[in-house]
Design a protein. Structure first.
Length: 287
């Protein structure tokens, strides 16, 4: 009985052993398969790592070149901005200088306008004086003509009276009475004629002086008008130049703003080790 029992136990144990061997073989097979899969995964991971390293190196080189290009572009833009700022400073200085020159020109124009107004007033006064001189000359000419006519009439009357009165009836007393009156009238006429001649000479000299002053005034007026015209032309040219410079500055500033907006932002660099770890974990979890 014991032998049968032992054989039964042996059979049971052999069955269990076979079962366990089968399980071990299955487990070994599974382990070998998993080990092969892991080895293949590791080899694939190595290939993937090499490929990723190659791609990362290419990306690093490309990114490095791109960053260098960006830095070069930034340097060029900074240099251009610096040059534009210098140009703006120079233009600002030129604008200040032109504004000062324009202010001085405006003052000069005001001074010339005042001088021109004064000359115009002087010319008006001179014209009035000339009109007075002309009227005075006409009056003097009329007086001279009147005196000449009176003298002619006087001598004509004397001749007429001399012919009318016979020489024999003119007594010495009448001759003596008539002679002082005649001499007195003749002296008065001669004095008045001399005075009128002197006045005429003075008026002629005054007219010559006024004509010379008028000629000088006309020359000065013409000179001031030329200066005023040249100043206006120069002011217009400077204003046009100033407007062109300001337009150029505004365009340069607008271009600088547009260039600053077009500069791309540099992205944050991704570390290769982090990316590789993340992909490896994803692959293992999927298996």
């Amino acid at each position: 009985m014991e032998r049968i029992k032992l054989q039964s136990n042996i059979s049971i144990l052999q069955a269990e052993l076979i079962e366990y061997k089968t399980k071990v073989e299955i487990s070994s097979y599974d382990f070998i398969n998993k080990e092969s899969a892991l080895i293949n995964l590791i080899e694939n991971s190595k290939d993937l790592k090499n490929s990723l390293d190659s791609q990362l190196n290419e990306l690093r080189e490309s990114h490095k070149k791109q960053i260098e290009q960006y830095h070069e572009r930034i340097s060029l833009l900074e240099k251009s901005i610096y040059e534009k700022e210098l140009t703006i400073s120079e233009h600002s200085a030129n604008v200040s200088r032109l504004e000062k020159e324009k202010l001085n020109l405006d003052k000069e124009i005001d001074r010339l306008n005042q001088a021109l107004m004064k000359i115009s007033k002087d010319e008006t006064i001179k014209q009035q004086a000339e009109e007075k001189l002309v009227n005075l000359k006409e009056a003097v000419d009329k007086e001279l003509k009147l005196l000449t006519d009176l003298r002619s009439q006087f001598f004509e009357g004397i001749r007429y009276e001399g012919k009318k009165i016979p020489a024999r009836i003119i007594s010495c007393m009448e001759a003596n009475e008539f002679q002082p009156s005649f001499d007195s009238n003749l002296g008065d006429l001669l004095d008045k004629q001399e005075q009128l001649m002197k006045t005429n000479v003075k008026l002629s000299q005054e007219v010559s002086r006024l004509q010379e002053h008028y000629k000088n005034s006309q020359s000065r007026i013409k000179q001031l008008e030329n200066i005023l015209y040249e100043s206006k032309i120069k002011t217009e040219q400077e204003n046009l130049q100033l407007k062109n410079e300001l337009d150029s500055l505004l365009k340069s500033q607008q271009k600088n703003l547009e260039l600053k907006k077009k500069i791309p932002q540099i992205a944050k660099t991704v570390k290769p080790s982090d990316k590789f770890k993340h992909e490896k974990q994803s692959t293992l979890l999927s298996n």
